[in-house]
Design a protein. Structure first.
Length: 257
């Protein structure tokens, strides 16, 4: 487990497909979108230990050993959700429940890992027509909003709009408005098992959103917020016999050990 005095270990995962096949994306993100995201985390959390993993690496760069060495995982995917190994998804899911933080970005809302954690379709309205996005803070005391302007003004961005088919969040942090009048719950937190999950929507491959200073700050704040709070362990319910609760014999608690 990390503490505020130990280096935060962050793995930035990127699908890395648009950058390989679309010249305008490669020009906009010469180190990949994952590279820009990692740079933003590093700018705001200079003591963090940052590792990059991509789709085409063995086990997508998310082996058991890699996840054991990850406190917080960021996830960006879009064109190849179906190509993500179910085995890897199960592995990431298990680590989230055991306490690893997860930051799901933009079109990662349709990733296998996010839909598995949410248990819904995670579908939404969208339009890619160079909309202006205003990201409004609705929970100003939340640590993810620290140092973030209100609103964040993103000159060009893909529109995401309601209805967004996800469970009611534990915390609603940001709401976005778009040129067409649409609104969207663009920043939400969840707890799954012992893990923290933050979904943040700004960041499409067709626009330079991951170079935006405030967007980078939000992602870094989310990473810091999702830092594990305890040693990694899957929540387990333990069987005990009648009377043991009152006598204290061999009963170690429903979640605590």
């Amino acid at each position: 487990m990390t503490t505020p005095t130990t280096p935060l270990r962050v793995t930035v995962w990127g699908e890395n497909r648009h950058e390989q096949i679309e010249q305008h994306v490669a020009e906009r993100y010469p180190t990949g979108m994952h590279g820009a995201i990692a740079e933003g985390v590093g700018e705001n959390l200079p003591d963090a230990q940052i590792t990059i993993a991509t789709m085409d690496m063995p086990e997508h760069g998310l082996s058991e050993e890699a996840l054991e060495q990850t406190d917080v995982l960021t996830w960006w995917g879009h064109a190849a959700h179906d190509e993500v190994s179910d085995e890897v998804v199960e592995r990431v899911h298990r680590h989230v429940l055991a306490g690893m933080g997860l930051i799901v970005l933009h079109s990662g809302h349709w990733s296998k890992i996010f839909t598995k954690l949410m248990g819904t379709t995670c579908t939404l309205r969208w339009r890619s027509e160079h909309d202006q996005e205003l990201v409004w803070t609705v929970n100003p005391q939340h640590p993810i909003t620290r140092g973030v302007p209100n609103p964040i003004v993103i000159p060009e961005q893909e529109m995401y709009g309601e209805y967004f088919d996800v469970p009611t969040p534990d915390e609603l942090v940001f709401i976005s408005g778009f040129t067409g009048g649409e609104v969207f719950r663009s920043g939400m937190t969840y707890r799954r098992g012992f893990g923290k999950v933050f979904f943040f929507s700004p960041g499409d491959q067709d626009f330079p959103v991951y170079h935006h200073r405030a967007v980078r700050r939000v992602i870094a704040n989310g990473v810091e917020w999702a830092r594990p709070e305890r040693e990694r362990e899957t929540p387990t319910l333990l069987r005990y016999e009648t009377g043991q609760y009152f006598q204290g014999a061999d009963y170690e608690g429903a979640l605590e050990r």
